[in-house]
Design a protein around this ligand. Structure first.
Ligand SMILES: CC(C)(COP(=O)(O)OP(=O)(O)OC[C@H]1O[C@@H](n2cnc3c(N)ncnc32)[C@H](O)[C@@H]1OP(=O)(O)O)[C@@H](O)C(=O)NCCC(=O)NCCS
Length: 205
């Protein structure tokens, strides 16, 4: 990491909404000394906002068709999309949105079990942001990028003044990271066809 700490730079670019990013120089063998050093096309960056055409082209290759709900979150506020870049290449992404214990978003109520678990985790607090989707292309997993993303995301959300982060997860690496980072946890909510753990991190003020 350059200078020991993430470097935050403001970079207003016309046409695309690049609100802020950090640059981390991460040799690809840093977390696995057995892996040969790979030539990368640039340092890893977490970039807030992305042109929709570029994002949809990446998404189609990496995940599939972009859903209407996901598209709406990005159109409502481009800062809901964070892309992980190495040079001009998108390696991964995250989507988030404002939410609360009663509704996913305005007019879309949570089901009873979901609401009940969230009320217990949030101990009476109502508002939070939900990390809606997190995805790193398979060939880039296991190199510590996920942990760097959570460092960035928790700081980004705290600076925006939000109260807490909620994340529904079933992926083993995601579960491991949230547990290690001290997220509170409950189990048993269906999300995207899978039974998930619900993770909750209050933001320290
Ligand atoms: C979650 C994800 C972003 C993590 O990124 P990553 O760069 O591979 O994660 P990291 O290399 O930073 O590893 C994070 C931790 O998970 C652990 N981990 C990785 N794979 C694991 C596995 N299969 N089982 C258990 N732990 C695992 C690592 O050991 C590391 O923990 P450590 O700090 O104790 O070593 C990535 O794996 C991913 O995109 N998964 C798919 C997510 C998904 O299903 N999204 C759709 C629903 S939102």
């Amino acid at each position: 990491m350059r200078g020991g700490l993430p470097r935050r730079v403001r970079s207003p670019r016309l046409g695309e909404l690049y609100l802020s990013f950090i640059t981390v120089s991460l040799p690809s063998n840093r977390f696995n000394p057995l892996r040969p050093l790979r030539q990368t096309r640039g340092p890893l960056e977490f970039v807030v906002g992305c042109g929709l055409d570029e994002f949809e082209a990446y998404y189609k290759r990496a995940v599939g068709e972009l859903g209407s709900i996901e598209r709406r979150y990005i159109e409502d506020d481009p800062s809901h999309l964070i892309v992980w870049r190495e040079g001009s290449e998108i390696l991964g992404h995250a989507l988030w949105h404002e939410s609360n214990t009663e509704e996913h978003r305005k007019g879309d109520p949570r089901d009873d079990q979901d609401r009940e678990l969230l009320r217990i985790l949030a101990e009476g607090k109502k508002r939070f942001v939900e990390l809606h989707e997190l995805w790193l292309r398979r060939e880039h997993r296991g190199k510590g990028y996920g942990k760097l993303f959570f460092d960035f995301f928790e700081d980004f959300i705290a600076k925006k003044g939000h109260d807490a982060i909620v994340y529904y997860a079933y992926d083993p690496a995601a579960l491991a990271m949230c547990r290690k980072r001290g997220y509170k946890e409950a189990y048993g909510v269906e999300s995207g066809g899978a039974i998930c753990c619900v993770f909750y991190l209050p933001i320290k003020k």
